[in-house]
Ligand binder design. Structure first.
Ligand code: SF4
Length: 346
């Protein structure tokens, strides 16, 4: 676990703070209206911190207006141009992502470090396996985990040189095993908060799986303080996937849905029932376990261990609450009866 903590616009990251979920807008940042609307959707989906790309000065100048309306902290993502970083800090960015080794002369690094220090703005060093320094690629022959860590340590040293220590680090590769190993080495060598992610993970299905394996493995080992699932999909899906990963590891509360895969013993359309229950519980932030089981063989056992549950039978099903059968209902209204009982009980 990291032993340092940064403060991203009031949201703590590191040193045992709850693991946060991040995502990134895909609107043009200078389109303030579209960007704020997307941030609002992300916040509603449970995203804790949002990042916006700042590829040009017009985008940097829009950060102030975005910040004014954003319900969650805003991180500005900058490549190469230190002037954009300075402008974003001036505009009230809550954090910037920039690699100090890529912005040229050290006097520029000093200027960025000083501006961030004055305003208490942390910097994320974001090492990406696809854009490692040439000299490291020559030394290691490929973007290996060691090469990525050496890159990050170089960027850190540059900031430390100017007494800047308000840092978090990411080491993303599109290969899951490389990503995992890079973070493990980094966690061993420094105590900076780690922003986890598998980069360019892919479309929604495969990208979610790769992210869950990469991020989930690290979190299960106690490594990582904030996460971003990277998907070729609307950003809200990234936030939802990130939250699901945290829930799977018991790192975030909320509804946990237990449902069986169904088998030849099942006599109801369990897939539809489970989907209806899942839809009905979307947005519910109660810390409860809900079981949806196909039959009474294993069904009541699982269902009764949950706070609420149902088990299918022939033409009807039973509904449980805290281990006790509460009622029977016909299949067509099984899901809605369960949802009604949950609603009444909360
Ligand atoms: Fe099959 Fe029943 Fe187990 Fe579901 S709970 S998998 S229907 S035996």
């Amino acid at each position: 676990m990291s032993d340092k903590r940064i403060n991203v616009g009031g949201v703590p990251v590191g040193a045992g703070a709850p693991v946060t979920v991040q995502s990134m807008t895909n609107t043009s940042t200078e389109d303030v209206e579209a960007t704020v609307q997307q941030i609002e959707r992300l916040a509603a989906a449970g995203c804790d911190i949002v990042r916006v790309a700042v590829p040009r000065m017009e985008a940097a100048l829009a950060v102030g207006a975005i910040k004014e309306r954003s319900p969650i902290p805003v991180v500005c993502d900058i490549h190469f141009d230190y002037k954009l970083a300075l402008e974003c800090v001036r505009m009230g960015a809550d954090k910037i992502r920039i690699n100090p080794g890529n912005i040229g002369d050290e006097s520029r690094v000093r200027e960025v470090a000083r501006a961030c220090m004055e305003k208490g703005v942390p910097i994320r060093i974001g090492v990406n396996g696809g854009s490692l320094e040439k000299k490291l690629l020559e030394k290691y022959g490929a973007p290996t985990p060691e090469a990525m860590v050496e890159s990050a340590l170089g960027h850190i040293a540059l900031l430390n040189k100017f007494d800047f220590d308000d840092i978090c680090v990411s080491l993303k590769a599109s290969d899951v095993k490389t990503t995992i190993e890079a973070y493990r080495i980094m966690a061993d060598r420094t105590g900076y908060p780690l922003h986890l992610g598998v980069t360019e993970a892919g479309t929604e299905y495969m990208g979610t799986i790769k992210s869950a394996v990469g991020i989930g493995t690290l979190l299960a080992e106690g490594i990582g303080d904030t996460i971003r699932v990277s998907l070729t999909a609307p950003p809200e899906r990234e936030a939802e996937a990130g939250i699901a990963i945290l829930k799977a590891l018991g790192l975030r509360g909320g509804v946990k849905l237990v449902s069986c895969p169904s088998c030849g013993r099942c006599q109801i359309d369990l897939i539809s029932v489970a989907q209806e229950v899942e839809r009905g519980l979307k947005g519910c932030d109660a810390d409860i376990t809900v079981a949806v089981m196909g039959c009474a063989v294993n069904g009541p056992g699982e269902a009764s261990a949950a706070d609420f549950g149902l088990a299918g039978g022939k033409g009807e099903g039973i509904i449980f609450k805290k281990g006790k059968i509460v009622k029977k209902a016909p299949v067509a209204s099984l899901a809605s009866e369960l949802l009604k009982m949950i609603q009444e009980s909360l």
